[in-house]
Design a protein around this ligand. Structure first.
Ligand code: MN
Length: 371
């Protein structure tokens, strides 16, 4: 059955268009699927460019001790993940149709271009953005995209951001947390925030592994690196550095997106505010921010549901951050579409709020036309 379908898909791929795919594969078209309630825009959906995979292959073939290179050593051996990351035309659309996902907001998979040197990273970001823009152009109702840039060279990153938004018409930006152990609260990176705010482009801070020296603590025979604990630690730290580093006092309009229900930051809001006050009253820290840390979380951040298909966490975030600050995401192909869709369609929240979470907030933040 599976083999037949694949053979059929391959033999008929020339005939496939976005509209014809549902019929050609026997997948039900989402609009006619009974029980479908909401337009589903999934906002953290990964792809790889062939050049990016080549760059990982070259890195993996060396003796390089880096947790992201190690992660890619396993992805390169995982046929399903690789195939799904590189595909836009067959399996991805088929799975979206099967489970009623209307749109993937695509982004270059982690760690993006951030393992490369400045020249190679800048070039790879540009070619990946070109591929993404072509793909969106081919399937304008199914795909939108977040542009990559190389923080290794902040000025050229700002130029690529401008090209990606103004010329390629992409919908926002993505960065994979730290770059060579450095974080975006360092003012040397601020040309990136200047460009993003001038263009009204939100920045999704996607996880990656900690720098090698720190990641070793999580990987010492206990396997707490990666998505079990290390990713959320690293990305939550990045968010906190932006807040207490004064980035939002400098760029009040900057919008940052965090996946995985906010990388645990929403859980700690009370303690963060309380201890920020205690520590700064006691004279600790070199920067004083204008507002309570939690106020920046509510005003400058959006979170997504990627990888956390758990109603109690959603209800907590809804209560603390509000329906305007949460967006649906799957984290394809690393997480399963079926469970994510079932989770959001059955969420115990008011329908008007789920209209926002499933698509309304994403339409606004990422400039996606309503269906
Ligand atoms: Mn992801």
């Amino acid at each position: 059955m599976k083999v037949n379908r694949r053979k059929f898909l391959e033999s008929s791929s020339m005939l496939l268009s976005a509209g014809a795919l549902g019929a050609a594969t026997g997948y039900a078209a989402p609009a006619q699927k009974p029980g479908k309630k909401y337009r589903l825009i999934a906002t953290e959906e990964a792809f790889a460019s062939p050049e990016q995979v080549e760059s990982f292959r070259r890195g993996a073939a060396t003796q390089w001790h880096d947790p992201d290179v190690n992660m890619w050593r396993s992805f390169l051996a995982n046929e399903t993940i690789l195939r799904r990351l590189l595909d836009f035309e067959k399996e991805r659309l088929g799975i979206m149709d099967q489970f009623g996902v209307d749109m993937h907001l695509l982004s270059l998979t982690a760690p993006g271009v951030q393992l490369l040197d400045a020249d190679a990273g800048t070039a790879l970001a540009a070619s990946a953005n070109d591929l993404l823009a072509e793909t969106v152009k081919k399937h304008p109702t199914r795909y939108t995209g977040l542009a990559s840039f190389a923080p290794q060279d902040p000025k050229r990153a700002a130029k690529e951001i401008e090209r990606a938004i103004n010329t390629l018409k992409l919908n926002g930006l993505i960065v994979n947390s730290h770059t060579n152990g450095e974080y975006l609260d360092d003012p040397k990176f601020w040309p990136i925030f200047e460009a993003a705010t001038a263009l009204n482009a939100a920045i999704y801070i996607h996880p990656r592994n900690l720098p090698a020296h720190a990641d070793d603590i999580l990987d010492a025979g206990i396997n707490l690196d990666g998505a079990i604990w290390g990713f959320q630690m690293e990305t939550g730290l990045h968010a906190m550095r932006l807040i207490v580093g004064g980035v939002f006092d400098q760029f009040p309009k900057l919008k940052i997106v965090l996946g995985h229900m906010g990388e645990a930051v929403p859980f700690w809001l009370y303690r963060i505010d309380y201890m920020y006050n205690v520590y700064t009253s006691g004279g600790r820290g070199r920067i004083r921010i204008k507002r309570k840390p939690s106020e920046y979380v509510k005003d400058n951040f959006m979170i997504t549901t990627s990888g956390v298909n758990f109603h109690p966490t959603l209800e907590y975030c809804h209560k603390v951050l509000g329906a305007d600050n949460i967006m649906f995401a799957i984290d394809y192909p690393y997480q399963e579409t079926e469970g994510s869709v079932a989770f959001i369609n059955s969420a115990p929240l008011p329908e008007a709020d789920l209209e926002k979470i499933t698509h309304g907030n994403a339409e606004k933040l990422f400039h996606i036309p309503p269906a």
